[in-house]
Design a protein around this ligand. Structure first.
Ligand code: HEM
Length: 485
């Protein structure tokens, strides 16, 4: 420990010597889910570059984060192995560059704006189910069938619980070809398996042998595999535009190209098998459900606390959808470019980014910004520090969606590389367009349909394991169906 603290090549980097001498503190912090409270403090105390473990350095400097994620594009650390679902390397976990390149090339077009247009009806279907459930509770014609839900006073809705369920259902529809219908009840097994899988991944980060005591539950992957099989067995009528179909078609095209002799250079070592498709769809569930749901919840939380901003957003939405027939949902075409809606979402992701640090591995001795990092150092780009910096975001702790709208912002324009909710560089979030589409459509539908009011004095403390959650599992909003004008 003494040698780690004082004689290690990283010892000139500022930080608490005791913390720097062992991984114990990092493990305790991460397992307690409180890392988001501690890291801002650590950076406040020691500056933008802080040693937080024997070979771990947290980096909150704009130019260094750009260097790590974009310019040099350092590889993901071995810790991403915990995301190898059932031992299968995938888009999220891949550390092998050629595997990764091949997989991203195959999957990325499915997340292109053009293809995503075709999944809009699936998102609308899930939103309609949500509105029906909320209406049922508000009119008293339905009590929630979710076993874990508390009965609330009339007119109050646990919006966090609904956002978690809605996000699962949306990914179910888009990636597996079927909703899990968790907005209605808790019956579907996959969301339960997902919860268990995420807990196991987190534990394995620090206690790798735990997988022998608490082995991976493969029924999660089996479900993905069954969906692939069923879709392939279905006739032309069974086709539907979604991520699953896209991946199946990409596989067919890949095989055709390969048989025709035009094999892609990067696929020489990898075949995109049915199993791989099933694994990737499960990865979308792991990476895409909790992230979108927490941002939708935070956005609604911020809006009910700032009723003036809620009114402003509603006016924007009403204007954009003025010609819509009564009861219809906003279409993506109508809302995708609305500046205030986008500002509200961006501002939530600035203040509460779901991914805290994005670990990268130094694969050869290097000097970045006058700091020497020996091979084997883990760098933790830590975007939240930039997001909360007064230098880049004046009145940084305030929720000000206007800062994202050049004509309305009282501040200088947001600078490049100061905002990283979706990471950056080659490993940025592949689901970014889908996430923005889901969040815009859901928030637009809720804000247009309901009057919403704050229920004061609620606990809002967060727990952050892989993604953040609210410790109480609940955030209550008073909701009332809006009177049609
Ligand atoms: C608000 C919503 C979301 C946020 C803030 C978010 C954020 C991120 C971040 C920060 C990363 C980089 C992680 C790392 O390098 O460790 C990432 C990667 C990824 N995300 Fe998202 N994400 C969101 C939604 C989604 C959705 C909806 C999907 C898919 C349906 C998705 C799929 C992925 C995948 C597959 C990767 C790995 C990409 C790669 O390494 O090439 N994400 N996301």
């Amino acid at each position: 420990m003494i040698s780690n603290a004082f004689f290690h090549p990283l010892s000139p980097i500022p930080g608490n010597k005791l913390v720097a001498s062992t991984r114990l503190f990092e493990a305790l912090l991460i397992l307690s889910g409180r890392v988001h409270y501690c890291f801002p403090l650590v950076h406040k105390l020691y500056g933008k570059v802080v040693r937080v473990g024997p070979n771990i350095v947290s980096v909150a400097d704009k130019d260094m984060i750009r260097e790590i994620l974009v310019t040099t594009d350092y590889p993901k650390t071995a810790h991403y192995q915990v995301f190898d679902l059932g031992g299968h390397e995938n888009l999220f976990s891949a550390r092998n560059k050629s595997f990764y390149k091949s997989r991203r090339r195959l999957v990325a077009p499915a997340f292109g704006l053009q293809y995503l247009r075709s999944v809009e009806p699936h998102i609308h279907k899930c939103i309609r189910a949500l509105l029906q459930e909320i209406d049922g509770i508000l009119t008293g014609s339905r009590t929630t069938k979710n076993k874990t839900a508390k009965v609330l006073p009339s007119g109050q809705i646990n919006i966090y619980s609904f956002m978690i369920r809605l996000s699962l259902d949306m990914i179910g529809e888009i990636a597996f070809g079927q909703s899990f219908e968790t907005v209605k009840d808790d019956a579907h097994p996959v969301p339960h398996q997902l919860k268990k899988t995420i807990r196991q991944m987190m534990q394995q980060t620090f206690i790798p042998w735990i997988k022998y005591v608490d082995p991976f539950d493969s029924s999660f992957l089996d479900f993905g595999a069954t969906c692939v099989k069923q879709r392939k067995a279905s006739d032309e009528e069974g086709r539907r535009a979604d991520l699953l179909q896209y991946l199946i078609d990409a596989q067919a095209k890949e095989r055709e190209d390969s048989n025709g002799g035009s094999k892609h250079e990067d696929t020489a070592c990898e075949e995109f098998t049915d199993q791989a498709i099933g694994v990737e769809t499960c990865v979308f569930l792991v990476a895409g459900a909790d992230t979108s749901s927490i941002i939708m919840t935070f956005t609604l939380m911020f809006l009910v606390k700032h009723p003036d901003k809620l009114i402003k957003l509603r006016s924007e939405l009403d204007f954009a959808t003025a010609t819509n027939p009564c009861g219809s949902l906003p279409t993506y075409e109508q809302i995708r470019k609305l500046p205030y809606l986008t500002g509200c979402i961006n501002e939530s992701m600035r203040l509460r980014p779901p991914a805290l640090s994005i670990p990268r591995d130094v694969d050869e001795d290097v000097v970045i910004n006058n700091y020497y990092f020996p091979k084997g150092t883990t760098l933790l780009p830590y975007p939240l520090h930039l997001h909360l910096s007064e230098e880049y975001f004046p009145q940084a702790d305030k929720y000000i969606p206007e800062r994202w709208i050049p004509d309305e912002s009282p501040f200088p324009p947001v600078q490049d590389f100061t905002y990283y909710p979706f990471s950056a560089g080659s490993r940025n979030c592949i689901g970014k367009n889908l996430a923005m589409m889901e969040m815009r459509l859901v928030l637009a539908a809720l804000v247009r349909t309901y009057d919403m009011e704050l229920v004061p004095n609620q606990r809002e403390d967060r727990v952050q394991y892989l993604t953040p959650s609210l410790a109480t599992g609940s955030y209550i909003i008073k909701m009332k169906r809006r009177q049609e004008e």
